[in-house]
Write a protein of this length. Sequence first.
Lengths: 115, 113
Amino acid sequence: GAGVSQSPSNKVTEKGKDVELRCDPISGHTALYWYRQSLGQGLEFLIYFQGNSAPDKSGLPSDRFSAERTGGSVSTLTIQRTQQEDSAVYLCASSGSLGAGNIQYFGAGTRLSVL
Amino acid sequence: AQTVTQSQPEMSVQEAETVTLSCTYDTSESNYYLFWYKQPPSRQMILVIRQEAYKQQNATENRFSVNFQKAAKSFSLKISDSQLGDTAMYFCAFMILQGKIIFGKGTRLHILP
């Protein structure tokens, strides 16, 4: 697509429910990244993919968080048993490759509100 | 640990004025990339400017320029002839490892008519 697409744009859920956030990167981009932006904070790096592989999962906040990417394209970030502290904007970005310095293009994010 | 510090949480300037946003960072690496991203109310992060640490020449993009002081680990952004559309959050960031960008907490910039 023309840009990075994320869905839904907003998600309200109850504490304890599972949620899935979707990211559709720019066509042809092999690298994909997930960040979390809590209220009034900068962006916190969560995980990146090169193709379908995620070499470093250490940025995920807890084992309730998982991410996958299939077909080298769409990625899903899943949060199980959501907690109120999970409320944030989740941003996805993609780049043409994984090399340092490659420009990351961001989507508009998913605002997650856990009640 | 690598960190990015933006000491100005919020700033306001009049339209057409020049404004400088400060950023300092801490790393023991010698080669890295520095970025300024803009986040308008639409939430989408937009790259404003990029600087490669091994290049001494400061990057410029139209009205946007940086003052990169490697020894001081400083990377400030200057916006000349500011416009109402420049109103946004501005994040300073750097990248060392492949793909992982470390962001500061941002400076909220208001351009006043």
